[in-house]
Design a protein. Sequence first.
Length: 264
Amino acid sequence: MLVDSHCHLDFPDFAEERDEIINRARQVGVELMVTISTRVRRFDAVRAIAERYDQVYCSVGTHPHNAGEELDVSAQQLTELSKHPKVVAIGEAGLDYFYDKAPRDAQAAGFRTHIEAARRTGLPLIIHSRDADEDMAAILEEESGKGAFPFILHCFSSGAALAETGVRLGGYVSFSGILTFKNSEELREIARDLPRDRLLVETDAPYLAPVPKRGKRNEPAFVAHTAKLLGETIGVGEDEIARITSDNFFRLFTKVPRPDGRSV
Ligand SMILES: [Zn+2]
Ligand SMILES: [Zn+2]
């Protein structure tokens, strides 16, 4: 089985055919997916999708793009919302200096609120980091010093130093379709050097479809292409990379029961 650890099933791209998308995922062995919150104000729609499908779990949080509009969201509020049985992670939150859609101090403040919620709940924090390696590493170091919290560097596209910092602090690294792109050799080198027990895969659908679907709308079924390429990159077959990434997922996402009943 495979798990898509990060997708956005609430986006309008999927509105007309969610049932089909989840069926197509199952047909290729993608048995679970986590649909990720980008605005606490719209969290109800995300949670409704997780409630509707057995295979779908969700997170709660504010994307850095929206950080300026949700500065009032508190760690307490995130903690309360995360008590729902289908809410299994906090985020996505972090720093995006590529788009800079929200002021950087608002992004950082929102990010620290989410870290506090992850620390309180023990749920993994989904971290979005783009073109912000140094500030991200500094915040992770400082906040981990105050008390550990579980986290994922999602859709990893940063440099080796941030991957190393993340792993040293106990974090996981999740690869999206970017790993399969022709010009991503540097990213594949980073993947090769990471400990195998920290690797995850995701689609970030509807964005970033992996080769050979590049340029199309992405969907959870396509995580199989990214997993296969990650396996080739680290020198293991398709069954083994599915086992590695699923074991890692269940070790980190402690609220999600294993559908196959195996212990991690
Ligand atoms: Zn993201
Ligand atoms: Zn995302």
